[in-house]
Design a protein around this ligand. Structure first.
Ligand code: CDP
Ligand code: MG
Length: 158
């Protein structure tokens, strides 16, 4: 059993896609164990995107992630990290497969974003590895903000 962090980024929230995106994860049987809305500030953005701070695209990424509130949630399930990344799709929406969240709801490209000096608008963040997920869940949620309960899936699917 794994936990993973998902953020609906400001572009996803502002496009009113939060409900439809969350529905996909619930449909797959993943359990929501924590959820909040947060307006990220530059300091927290640097913490969350620690691995990218030195990269060329970071200034655009920071502007994008701080431009409005995000919906943050923790999903729990078998192989949750890998499964959620599969459902999210490739980083570049133009390359993301149909059927994935980025492939179905966006079509932004690196070429266009780089030319405009902005971050690629891909709606959603999801932890990339089990290690990353542990760090990100702890960064975004206190222990008491994560809940333990039984879903119908646990009774009828597992
Ligand atoms: O989000 P994901 O793990 O798929 O990609 P990442 O490589 O960890 O990059 C984090 C985020 O930075 C991406 O989701 C994009 O929003 C942004 N990014 C960008 O704007 N331009 C790039 N060349 C690479 C990443
Ligand atoms: Mg990443």
């Amino acid at each position: 059993m794994e936990q993973t962090l998902v953020l609906i980024k400001p572009d996803g929230v502002q496009r009113s896609l939060s409900g439809r995106i969350l529905q996909r994860f619930e449909d797959a049987g993943l359990k929501i164990v924590g959820m909040k809305m947060k307006w990220v500030d530059p300091k927290f953005a640097k913490e969350h995107y620690k691995a990218h701070v030195e990269k060329k695209f970071y200034p655009g990424l920071e502007s994008m992630i701080t431009e409005g509130p995000v919906v943050a949630f923790v999903l729990e399930g078998l192989h949750a990290v890998e499964l959620v990344r599969k459902m999210v799709g490739a980083t570049e929406p133009k390359a993301a497969q149909p059927g994935t969240i980025r492939g179905d709801f966006a079509h932004h490209s690196y070429a266009y974003a780089d030319q405009k000096g902005i971050a690629i608008k891909n709606l959603i963040h999801a932890s990339g590895t089990v290690e990353e997920a542990k760090i990100e869940v702890a960064l975004w949620f206190k222990k008491e903000e994560l809940h333990s309960y039984q879903t119908v899936h646990e009774k009828h699917v597992f």
